[in-house]
Design a protein. Sequence first.
Length: 529
Amino acid sequence: MATVAASSYPPPLLDAAIALHDGQLHIAEPLLKQYLKRDPFDARAIRMLAELAGRIGRNRDAENLLRRALELAPAFTAARANLALVLYRQNRAPEALAELDELLATEPDHVGHANLKAAALGRLGGFEEAIGLYERVLAAAPHQPKVWMSYGHMLKTVGRQADGVTAYRRAIALQPTLGEAWWSLANLKTMRFEDADIAAMTAARGSLALAEDDALHLDFALGKALEDRGAVDQAFAHYAAGNATRRAQTGYDASVIAARVDASITLLTPAFFAERAGWGCPAADPIFILGMPRAGSTLIEQILSSHSAVEGTTELPDLPAMVRRVADYPHGLASLTRAQAAELGEEYLRRAAVQRRSGRPFFIDKLPNNWLHVPLIRLILPNARIIDARRDPRACCFSNFKQHFARGQSFSYALDDMGRYYRDYVRLMAHLDAVQPGRVHRVIHEQLVDAPEEGIRGLLDQLGLPFEATCLSFHETERAVRTASSEQVRQPIFRGGDTAWRPFAAHLAPLEAALGEVIACYPEAPAFS
């Protein structure tokens, strides 16, 4: 959030504004709270306290403070702009858009409002309108590298790869050390860097003033560039450096997921589900594609979205929002009532509806991490279809190790963390197969790419959908794809990626140790003790 001009502040508030501007949050907070005790109706001070809350990730607190500031001063546009940003950060894009539309009605030429609206539209699938807004922003402010990069993201999503590359390169021309723009080029997967690109990235990586996030993005991009040239050890060194930096930022604890899986396995017995038969919202609209990232879920989504009855959306944040409504999850599943289960299912459908645009009877939610929430799906949406996209553990995990995710997937930045996560995923899904047989349809990636027609026919049959030839020519289907596989699924099926880990085998001992017998048993699950 941007701080309002301090020149009009009374002295105590001016001190707080200076401390906040300088990042001295430990000084700003007590100053603001003391000031608000004396004058609790100063909307400017409330907005500044909201900015402080937003900086430390307390977005809900920031939202409440900003709504209070707007109650006191409805025309306070800076507070409304901050509220739109806080709502966007909480994945509440429709609410953010409502605030932005009000702002743009008052300040139609404000490029900041237009830029945030474009980003919010992108989250809701309004890609063409978002592209138009980015073009308007760049016409007014053409020297903004991060806006060029965001514009490139949107162009890539709708399949305009060449235009996306041009936008990314424009961002790099303006800021050669912008690591995320370099990584965005690498993340096209089909991109091959020239010698000059590698030299430019290497020079940028060596910059003494390089920000940490730029450095890690450059490491991932250089890893991809060097891997394409067969420089395996150099590539791995860059992948390892980028992952180590990101791992230190996340503070991921693998034992948390293991404990949640343990608790789910203990709770989820055949009797548990039998006692709750018939619960939840009966709608059959959702098709959940879940499992590990980089396991072929985007390919499955593209195939199904080529069917006349199925709409592809994206990795929706809505089921995790339902999880947060269940206290002490997963133990709290035992305390849900029949009415609460139905209410949660209906709320999920209402939230997901903002992504549905085609009127087709079924839609896809492909957030991979939903594997952990299959028990909740079974309680609140018992007629939803569930597809487990599974890929060879070493191929899948190494593909994740090479990937820098925009957000989430904190398990993926260390080889041993990743092995434990994959193992826990297989462990929970094996348990669910035992207590809820036939409720999850598993698609083995290697089998699908080896015999696509057989696999596609089997998949459609499991979903109760008639065969349509368009599903075989899925790569010709024009639709937006937002994941890292966006360019790959616009090509016919190929198998090469499944052996990409082999040249790096000497570096993968921590991964293999963590996976254990999961490797030898694949595609089946081992008998977990």
